[in-house]
Design a protein around this ligand. Structure first.
Ligand code: GTP
Ligand code: MG
Length: 240
């Protein structure tokens, strides 16, 4: 199989309940897109049947690749998926979203309007965020902290992203934090890089299920990595 136009990278952790249906649904929705693709399932740390189900799916559908490495770590999995992507373009998605409408809009911006990075924002004008209020608030707090700490000027860093791999790879390689904050570091760094032409597009966020890891359990790590990110971005010093 030759290199596809697009690599869709989906970090996955303990998703035995939805992974098979989500991937089937995604393949179906991708039937009439005008690009070739591979789907990279970037798993780590699952303790349920996720890996077995994903590998089984991949045996039946060779355009789906599964990588499975080490302890649970969203950022590490996403980074590894991007590094191993073979497509000219990379789309980062989540297994509970699989938003092909975003793929279409983003690919047009990348191919026709010459953007390097398109961020799907659940907070941009025209966006709709159907998650519960406390999670919308958490997104707002995180963005507020990123604005103050790093000078971030956009409206969202988590979730859907699409980019031309060769134009953004140096940004991915420069990132130092992992876990939840990797996605934020990637977007913040790209915004600060004059070589990267970026834009946001509004999305309509509908999750197929509540998150697998409870919001409050993620807070200590997010705060720790926020401090590290601030130091790296503001002062060029990594506190690791
Ligand atoms: N590989 C990997 N994937 C993860 C991990 N934690 C979450 N994911 C995946 O990341 C995606 C988003 O996770 P969710 O549980 O929906 O969390 P969320 O709060 O909606 O995520 P955000 O959009 O980042 O705020 C899903 O595809 C999860 O399976 C992890 O530790 N490792
Ligand atoms: Mg989610």
């Amino acid at each position: 199989m030759g290199a596809p136009d697009v690599s869709i990278v989906i970090p996955v952790y303990n998703e035995e309940g939805i992974i098979s249906a989500s991937l089937s649904d995604l393949r179906e929705k991708l039937q009439d897109v005008d690009f070739t693709y591979e789907i990279i399932v970037a798993e780590n740390g699952s303790t349920d049947a996720t890996v077995r189900i994903a590998e089984d799916f991949s045996t039946r559908h060779p355009e789906v690749r599964v990588m499975s490495i080490g302890e649970p770590n969203y950022g590490k999995a996403l980074r590894r998926g991007i590094l191993e992507a073979r497509g000219k373009y990379v789309i980062c998605d989540e297994i509970d979203l699989c938003d092909v409408d975003f793929y279409r809009v983003a690919m047009e911006k990348l191919r026709e309007d010459d953007y390097d990075l398109v961020v799907g924002s659940k907070r941009a004008p025209g966006a709709r965020d159907r998650r519960p209020a406390y999670r919308r608030m958490a997104t707002q707090v995180l963005n507020g902290m990123l604005r103050v700490a790093t000078g971030f000027k956009g409206t969202d860093t988590h979730g859907l992203k699409a980019f031309e791999r060769s134009k953004v790879l140096h940004v991915v390689e420069a990132c130092v934090v992992d876990r939840d904050m990797f996605a934020s570091e990637l977007v913040v760094r790209a915004h600060r890089d004059d070589r990267v032409k970026w834009c946001e597009v509004p999305i309509d966020l509908v999750e197929k299920r509540p998150p697998s890891v409870h919001l409050f359990r993620r807070v200590p790590n997010v705060l720790k990595n926020m401090v590290r990110l601030t130091s790296v971005i503001r002062f060029g010093r990594d506190l690791k």
